[in-house]
Design a protein around this ligand. Structure first.
Ligand code: PHE
Length: 447
């Protein structure tokens, strides 16, 4: 078997892992959930969930991955030598691979829409109105074509490997993403109506903060946003050098993820209110802000059209931003099954990437063709149900089934004397008792 890839530097890892974390979940999901859930009250609860649940779970995944230096199936299997635990680990890993692939299957459809709207803006610049209409009007052919295009880009990056594919593209794309985001925020903030949106985002409505719905949404959002449960962070951890400190690097990844979610709120919510200023209807019949696809594909395009000449440039920048965010996340999803097939099936990486890309594309096509029936159900099954559940499994493996001494040994690498830190005094108990209990409790409520 070819030797395993490894990230070449700390920065490379942080960019890749933050690239996985920062995706449509941050730029679209987070702001609209915040707007619909009491603004800053949701932001606060999200921060609590991120620090109390997601950060410890992220650490758990990274530590298993780096210890086992293997794909999620073998890694969970390696936690214990007891045959039954070994088998259960492999089974849970297999479930993770399935869920990661299913997430990619719907994510690629949504990302395909972003690509087609981006080309729609380009067509608009060239005054090609028929082309623009085709790119921005849903059709089976368009959806299939752009899902396939996006999957092609994902396969291309993953075929390049850890350093020359994942790391190289993440370090190129993430700074672009941040630059675009900041430029768009500055522009939108100068537009009429933006301040009203800023108020909706930043003035907390505390009457909602202990609402069960808000807490569950915040937890789900934190797990999705940090790409947890399905082995993406685990596999990235498996490419990380033993010289690096896991608690520090995961703190950095969290910080980037949270900051970009927060910044995205400064873009999206004010933009909605600028659109309102221009006459868009921004509330649904039930009185809540429109947040789903209608926001991205109707309200925002309405806004871009109202902005005059610069509107097409803003539209292009916005959909480019969304496409980049989606790509740095989708590669981490595809890496999960690809690593399994490369390591256990002894297939070479480009072949494995292509093969799995095709299989997942076929699932996407089935979803596109049965959209009403499948789309939202696949999202609910993977993100609302499976991700938190697998999060619990990871915590149980680290907290209950892994030998404490081995765990310490692994974490000590890259972080000497960690046994004397507050982190080590709290975290092991935390992943053992608090995380699973809190996740399960929140979960039980949502059922
Ligand atoms: N974190 C990504 C986002 O916010 C989604 C994702 C989920 C990525 C699961 C990988 C695995 O969009």
């Amino acid at each position: 078997m070819a030797s395993r890839g490894q990230f070449s530097s700390k920065l490379g890892f942080v960019m890749a892992a933050a690239g996985s974390a920062v995706g449509l979940g941050n730029i679209w999901g987070f702001p609209t959930q915040a707007a619909g859930n009491g603004g800053a009250a949701f932001v606060l609860m999200y921060l609590v969930m991120a620090f109390c649940l997601a950060y410890p779970a992220l650490m758990a995944e990274l530590v298993i991955g780096r210890y086992a230096r293997a794909n999620v199936v073998n890694a969970l299997g390696a936690v214990s030598e007891k045959p039954i635990v070994h088998k259960l680990g492999m089974l849970a890993g297999g479930y993770g691979v399935l869920v990661a692939s299913l997430i990619l299957s719907f994510y690629a459809i949504v990302a395909g829409w972003m690509l087609s709207y981006m080309l729609g803006a380009l067509a608009d610049m060239g005054s090609l109105s028929a082309a623009k209409a085709w790119f921005t009007k849903g059709s089976l052919v368009r959806d299939l074509a752009f899902t396939a295009t996006f999957m092609g880009l994902t396969v291309f990056v993953i075929a390049g490997g850890v350093e020359k594919g994942i790391e190289r593209w993440s370090t190129r794309l993430m700074p672009m993403l941040i630059g675009l985001l900041v430029c768009l925020i500055i522009y939108v903030m100068t537009q009429p109506g933006a301040m009203e949106g800023l108020g909706v985002y930043l003035i907390p409505d505390f009457s909602k903060i202990f609402d069960a719905g808000l807490i569950i949404d915040a937890m789900g959002q934190a797990f999705f946003s940090l790409s947890l449960g399905v082995g993406t962070m685990l596999i990235y951890g498996s490419y990380l050098s033993h010289k690096e400190s896991l608690p520090k690097l995961s703190g950095m990844v969290m910080a980037v993820d949270l900051s970009i979610a927060f910044l995205a709120g400064l873009l999206i919510i004010p933009a909605i209110f600028v659109a309102k200023h221009y006459g868009a209807e921004i509330y649904s019949e039930s009185g809540t802000l429109i947040g789903g696809p209608d926001l991205i594909f109707q309200i925002l395009p309405y806004l871009f059209d109202s902005m005059g000449g610069i509107g097409v440039v803003v539209a292009f920048a916005f959909f480019l931003l969304m496409s980049i965010a989606a790509l740095t996340s989708s590669i981490s999803m595809l890496e999960v099954p690809v690593a399994l097939v490369v390591e256990n099936g002894h297939m070479n990486r480009p072949k494995a990437a292509l093969l799995l890309g095709f299989i997942i594309l076929a699932i996407s096509a089935a979803i596109v063709l049965n959209f009403e029936l499948l789309f939202l159900n696949v999202i609910a099954f993977t993100t609302k149900f499976s991700q938190p559940l697998l999060g619990v499994v990871m915590c149980v493996f680290v907290g209950w089934l892994w030998h404490r001494g081995k765990l310490l040994q692994e974490i000590q690498q890259g972080h000497e004397h960690i046994e004397n830190t507050l982190f080590w005094k709290i975290w092991p108990h935390y992943v053992k008792f608090v995380c699973p209990a809190l996740i399960l409790a929140t979960f039980a409520q949502s059922l």
